[in-house]
Design a protein. Structure first.
Length: 321
């Protein structure tokens, strides 16, 4: 009996030692495992962050490359410079509107304003300028004949109705003996002014003189009106000294006149004069079909320029289309 009791105590003691050994072993291995997992997670995070940074850098580089490629595709190759001599209004103003349209095609447009009708032709004849924009065909032809130049029409752009504008009087019916009317003195514009005066019953010209008319061709002048001949640019400057002035469209605009609002009479759109006096791009003979001139004319006849003219000049400038 005593032996059995001692054996039981020994057995219980052994079992307790076994259980204690198992528990201690489990506790010792759990902590290192958790630490290993945390370290692994940290390593994964460290590995992920550089990867994300690399991906962002690659994406930014790709976007930059794409932007550069797009810029290269949209960049316009420079084709050169087009130099144009022009009168201030409306020619130079219209040319200013043409600059961005030509730039989109690779052309740089340089415009120089002249205040007379001689130098713009001389600088084109000499080759100093590519073209000019200020004159109509009759004046161009007359200039070539008188000066021995070789200028040609590269394209009609617009016409400017010739008008009779108020000076000291505002009604043609109020004209009295000895009143003065100022007109341009150059050959073609004087004829145009005289024809307009004839159309309004102020004078009568010889039959058939047409666009070659001068004051010497006046055969009837019932009010004995004095026709004062002045250089075209001077005509608007005497408007406060004479009864009426007869002006080219550009000089009327410079003087602050509106065809629609101020002219007491003007050429109609379907008149022979309007069709004859279209303002052109003039170049030296042989250059009328070169790439720069063709580009210039095409842009000046574009819808964008037509819209600008129609919305700006109140009937004083009419697109030739």
């Amino acid at each position: 009996m005593k032996k059995r009791f001692i054996a039981a105590i020994l057995t219980a003691t052994l079992a307790l030692g076994v259980l204690t050994a198992c528990g201690g072993s489990g506790n010792d291995t759990t902590a290192p495992a958790a630490e290993d997992a945390a370290e692994a997670e940290a390593e994964d995070t460290e590995a992920t962050e550089p990867a994300a940074e690399d991906a962002a850098q690659e994406e930014a580089a790709a976007e930059e490359t794409e932007a550069e490629e797009t810029a290269d595709e949209t960049a316009v190759e420079s084709k050169g410079t087009i130099t144009v001599a022009a009168s201030a209004t409306p020619h130079a103003e219209i040319l200013e509107q043409a600059k961005p349209l030509l730039a989109a095609q690779g052309w740089e447009l340089e415009v120089t304003v002249f205040n007379d009708y001689v130098l713009p032709n001389q600088v084109v004849e000499s080759g100093e300028f590519d073209a000019n924009y200020f004159q109509h065909i009759p004046y161009l032809d007359s200039f070539n004949e008188e000066q021995g130049t070789h200028l040609v029409n590269a394209g009609g752009i617009h016409y400017e109705p010739f008008g009779i504008y108020p000076g000291t009087k505002s009604d043609l019916a109020a004209l009295e003996k000895g009143d003065v009317i100022a007109v341009p003195n150059d050959t073609t514009n004087e004829a145009r002014a005289l024809l307009l005066l004839q159309d309004n019953g102020i004078i009568t010209l010889k039959d058939g003189v047409g666009l070659e008319a001068t004051v010497r061709d006046i055969v009837d002048n019932p009010n004995e009106i004095e026709i004062q001949e002045l250089e075209a640019a001077q005509v608007p400057r005497v408007k406060d000294e004479v009864a009426f002035v007869v002006l080219n469209g550009n000089y009327a605009l410079e003087a602050g006149f509106s065809v629609a609002k101020d002219a007491v009479a003007y050429e109609q759109a379907d008149s022979e004069a309007a069709k004859t006096y279209v303002n052109v791009i003039a170049v030296k003979e042989g250059n009328e079909n070169n790439e720069a001139v063709t580009a210039l004319v095409d842009v000046l006849l574009s819808d964008e320029i037509t819209e600008y003219i129609n919305s700006t000049y109140d009937g004083g400038v009419i697109p030739f289309k």
